[in-house]
Design a protein. Structure first.
Length: 618
């Protein structure tokens, strides 16, 4: 029976200006005939049944049909020829459109863009050798509601690109949440960088992997069994018997973290209840927004479960059957499970009902009662995060599928050890270029967005990682998108993926010779003069711009101590007056996890990258 990699299938998008190598498996030594609208090709399978046919480039457009005749006949239909982009990294690239609806709902209704398509790579790993075949997956079109599962960055990038060119766009979504860069390296690069290989060596043993998986599952199953068996809220049905829940309940202000409350360092199940009034006589539409809860939740309205989320990151967005909400008094109950983190209701997020066109605010005083208290659930060992596995199983099988570029968003999972990241990143770029046998394969990547607050007095590992990302720009045909102005302090997964996508597209246009500036200002050098420091930048685009009245975010290292300083722009330069005493050793900009005050841009409206640089350093 003939075998083709699943990416070779109905609805696929192929690169329009490149030959296409079609690979497959059939009966050994059997002739294989491949026919397109333009031409027929014939080859003979080798002694193992492998065959490969190089097809001439398809003209832009389509749809085209492809027929393959070997030990059986396979027809592939609705093929488009256009631009193809590989989406890589972790959760911020993986994040689907349905997680951005608070910002972009109006842009995503009634989408009908069949020339924009996505192939979702199966999330699999292999620690022993690179794979050549994909056993799962299919191409989806951006029509009806299918687009809600597209990568948000990928979709917005493709939508804008398609609107300006009319060329079909194919997205290959290979990002996996929570993954470090080591998972995307080849074994050869891992060893060449002299990185630890113990985890890789152990992972080659299937029995070892099976034992880890069993231990993870057993630990989690036993923890939840004990939790549920001892939770008084479940035993006494507090979601319906709310008098029992109110008895001896304590007040709690929503939203806030459990830290610095009686629930600090709490693990287990805690129940919250709020009574609220609905004045509408006729109820046509009800939707509940509960911000983000840590860690897991189930929500009950008037005794009926209306939604649940099993982990802390997704925003809680629950559609509500309109018949559940009553005119007059209603009760909302939340069973909140805290298993690993500091629990709570994340601040600066929406907590309300949408009833018809009105908002019922749910912030303020709630009441809570502990159902059961436990020890923390030990975090699982994520086997997929081990080195090399994702490269072998999710990148290597694509080597014969031509792509126009890689769009990459990763780094959050390497912030615990940021030093040396740029070497790993460059090694990964080399891996991909070697794999596709294209030494100038363009790479477009996202520098980490702003996150968190209150880190002014500690070393910022996120800043170190961002600076490592900046250093990776030493490679040719590599472009970085800075996003320190579009993140969210309280959310690792900011919703504004459209701005990120448009900035990536700006860089892609530059690469294609279609724009003047690929990215925001990049520090070039700092020169010390008699009474001032002069900073010069690349990618200024005529002149630097300050978003606000006063340029902010700069610090000087004076005699080993970092001090905030005033700075001003003069055309393409930034000038800083030297302090009257002390030796200035270095300058840095936007050097915080969340540099919210940073406001240096170029004329194209792109933010300057954070940096730390020694004085007179080239």
């Amino acid at each position: 029976m003939m075998q083709l990699s699943k990416i070779i299938g109905n609805g696929m998008v192929i690169k329009h200006d490149a030959p296409f190598e079609l690979q497959g498996v059939t009966e050994p030594l059997l002739p294989v005939i491949v026919t397109t609208e333009m031409k027929s090709y014939e080859v003979t399978a080798d002694e193992w049944g492998d065959f490969a046919v190089t097809l001439d480039p398809f003209p832009v457009g389509g749809p085209y049909r492809l027929t393959i005749v070997g030990d059986e006949t396979v027809e592939i239909e609705d093929i488009l020829s256009g631009e193809v982009f590989l989406l890589g990294g972790q959760s911020n690239m993986e994040l689907p459109l349905n997680r951005t609806l608070d910002l972009f709902k109006d842009l995503l209704i009634d989408v009908n863009e069949p020339s924009i398509r996505q192939f979702q790579m199966p999330q699999v790993f292999d620690f022993n050798e690179p794979r050549t075949m994909l056993e799962e997956g299919c191409w989806e079109k951006a029509v009806s509601s299918a687009h809600y599962q597209f990568s948000a960055i990928g979709y917005f990038f493709a939508q804008e690109r398609y609107q300006e060119t009319g060329i079909p766009i194919g997205l290959i979504q290979a990002a996996v949440g929570g993954t470090p860069i080591e998972a995307w390296l080849s074994e050869g690069k891992l060893r060449a960088l002299e990185l630890p290989i113990e985890a890789l060596e152990k992972s080659k043993d299937q029995a070892y992997l099976a034992a880890l998986t069993t231990a993870n599952n057993t630990r989690e199953t036993e923890w939840y069994h004990a939790l549920n068996a001892t939770d008084l809220g479940l035993i006494e049905h507090w979601y319906t018997q709310t008098d029992a829940l109110f008895a001896s309940a304590r007040p709690f202000h929503v939203p806030q973290s459990f830290s610095e409350t009686p629930l600090d360092n709490f693990f287990g199940a805690v129940w919250f209840i709020k009574t609220f009034e609905v004045s509408a006589e006729t109820i046509n539409h009800v939707f509940l927004k509960l911000g983000t809860l840590i860690d897991a939740d189930e929500v009950f309205l008037n005794g009926v479960s209306i939604g649940k989320t099993d982990y802390k990151y997704p925003p809680r967005r629950y559609p509500v059957p309109k018949e559940l909400l009553k005119t007059g008094e209603n009760q909302l109950v939340i069973r909140l499970i805290v298993n690993q983190s500091t629990g709570g209701f994340v601040e600066d997020m929406p907590y309300h009902f949408e009833v018809n066109h009105d908002i019922i605010d749910l912030t303020g005083t709630w009441y809570y009662k502990v159902g059961t208290k436990t020890e923390a659930l030990l975090p699982p060992t994520f086997v997929r995060n081990f080195p090399v596995g994702l490269y072998n199983a999710m990148i290597a099988p694509l080597s014969s599928y031509p792509i126009d570029a890689v769009l990459f968003y990763q780094g959050e999972s390497n912030t615990d050890e940021p030093i040396g990241y740029h070497k790993k990143f460059r090694a990964m770029v080399e891996d991909f270029r070697d794999l596709w046998q294209e030494g100038s394969l363009p790479f477009f990547y996202v520098q980490l967005a702003n996150l968190r607050t209150g880190n002014d007095t500690v070393e910022s590992y996120w800043s170190l990682l961002r600076d490592e990302q900046r250093q990776a720009l030493e490679m040719p045909h590599v472009y970085m998108t800075t996003t320190i102005d579009v993140g969210e302090a309280n959310d690792l997964h900011p919703q504004d993926k459209r701005t990120v996508a448009l900035r990536l597209l700006q860089a892609f246009r530059f690469h294609k010779g279609q724009s003047l500036t690929p990215m925001g200002p990049l520090i070039n050098r700092v020169v010390e003069q008699s009474n001032q420091l002069t900073l010069s930048f690349d990618y200024v685009d005529r002149a630097l711009r300050v978003n606000g009245e006063q340029l902010c975010g700069f610090e000087l290292n004076v005699d080993g101590e970092w001090l905030p300083t005033q700075a001003e722009t003069k055309g393409a330069l930034v000038c800083i007056m030297k302090p009257k005493t002390g030796r200035v050793n270095a300058v840095r900009y936007a050097w915080k996890d969340n540099p919210s005050e940073a406001n240096l841009y170029n004329h194209a409206g792109l933010p300057a990258s954070p940096f730390q640089i020694n004085v007179n350093q080239l």
